[in-house]
Design a protein around this ligand. Structure first.
Ligand SMILES: [Fe+2]
Length: 425
């Protein structure tokens, strides 16, 4: 195994971070070297995360929303095969034509595909064959980067493929944690894993940042990579509001529970209360009560709840109910982004994604990219809620202030928490 995941935060090695950074694309490095290094760094990180898992671990699908590790490893590889190699490398020969069906996720215009809830049934190809598939595609992509006379044209496809793979690096961990949470022996993904430490500003707790108000610009308008859902940049009107500089902690969540948070219907949205009843929720995801003490299933196995740590595995419904109980609100995504622009938030990145109260909708004038890659984000802009920031499992160099993550409001297997907002009289 090529080494365990670093604790407490998962990190790319320094050379890998630099390879994905904007600086590396500048004067000091020619584009061919930049993309060669960046591609290798991201592909290695996926395998580093998967290396802690056995072939048996890699095949399981514990629910329709969660995909097997082996599927993640192959799907991100198919992405390069489908969108880069097949259309742009006339010498490319597919590793196995049948893989397109197995590893296409949701790209309708790329052809038929395995139904999502049935990804765990793909026992063949084996994990070793997926490793061979990855090597085959790696070799072809690196050769293309070295030889293409239209690299500038190909670079945006390579770049989105790498950011796509980084998204799956986080999903690989959230999905295997869900599988392990259903195993009564509480397997540890990495026995050395620990919760990330919040900053002192977060632990000092709950002091709100200075208020924000007025007209501000949000969205991605500058240089560097972004997904299409971050554009266009546009002006927003922010009402006078203070965002908590701190993330909500487990200790605060225990107070909410002690005051009957999960038993008082008036605190909940109707759909949220329906989910509380249907799922018998009494605590955040992965929490269990052992002889009167609360524990949580983590990547390090079953761990006692630390009241000083930010709460995690919260759905939007729970975040919304907590805010109502606290007499406060969830921030909008615009308020969150403006607060980050003004450096008002502690732990905006690298601990837990933060639910906002914003529906995942297109920005004014949004247009999806042309072609099959236009299916990446735009077609999901209904019935989901935006999260901002990043989590400890997000690869370094992946998230940014304008980044829009999104999940259904009942989802809580991601590394999700919250911070509160307070409006001024
Ligand atoms: Fe994907």
């Amino acid at each position: 195994m090529p080494g365990s995941v670093a604790s407490p935060r998962l990190r790319l090695a320094d050379d890998n971070r630099a390879a994905m950074g904007a600086e590396a694309a500048g004067d000091a490095e020619d584009p061919r070297s930049h993309w060669f290094n960046a591609f290798g760094a991201v592909r290695r990180e996926t395998e580093r995360r998967a290396a802690l898992l056995s072939a048996e671990d890699q095949v399981v699908q514990s629910m329709p929303d969660a995909s097997p590790t082996k599927w993640h490893r192959a799907h991100v590889t198919w992405f390069f095969e489908q969108f880069l190699l097949r259309p742009h490398d006339k010498n490319y020969r597919a590793f196995d034509e049948r893989f397109a069906y197995l590893y296409n996720s949701y790209y309708v215009s790329a052809g038929p595909r395995q139904a999502r809830p049935r990804r765990g049934l793909i026992t063949r190809p084996s994990a070793d064959e997926v490793t061979e598939y990855r090597r085959h595609v790696d070799t072809a992509v690196l050769r293309l980067i070295e030889t293409a006379d239209n690299l500038a044209e190909l670079a945006p496809i390579i770049e989105i493929g790498l950011h796509h793979e980084q998204q799956h690096q986080e999903l690989l961990l959230t999905d295997i944690l869900h599988a392990f949470s259903l195993n009564e022996t509480h397997p540890a993904y990495d026995p050395h894993w620990q919760w990330p430490q919040p900053t002192r500003a977060n632990r000092a707790g709950a002091r709100s940042a200075a208020p924000l108000a007025g007209i501000h610009t949000i969205g991605h308008g500058g240089n560097g990579f972004c997904f299409d859902n971050e554009q266009p940049a546009h002006e927003v009107m922010v009402q006078p509001v203070r965002l908590a500089s701190a993330l909500v902690t487990n200790g605060e969540w225990l107070e909410f529970m002690a005051e009957g948070g999960y038993t008082i219907p008036r605190l909940w949205l109707s759909d949220g209360w329906g989910t509380v009843e249907a799922e018998a929720w009494q605590a955040p995801g992965y929490w269990s009560n052992v002889d009167g003490a609360w524990f949580s299933m983590t990547l390090g196995g079953l761990s006692p709840i630390d009241p000083s740590q930010p709460v995690c595995h919260i759905s939007y419904y729970e975040a919304d109910a907590f805010a109502r109980w606290a007499g406060k609100h969830l921030p909008s995504e615009a308020e969150w982004e403006v607060a980050v622009q003004n450096e008002r938030l502690a732990d905006a990145f690298g601990i837990v994604w933060q639910w906002t109260r914003s529906a995942y909708a297109p920005y004014p004038g949004y247009q999806a990219a042309p072609g099959a890659l236009g299916e990446y984000n735009g077609k999901f802009m209904v019935n989901q809620i935006v999260l901002r920031g990043s989590s400890f499992a997000t690869p370094d160099g992946h998230a940014r202030a304008t980044y829009r993550n999104f999940f259904y409001p009942s989802a809580r297997w991601q590394f999700t928490g919250l911070r509160l907002a307070e409006y001024q009289g």
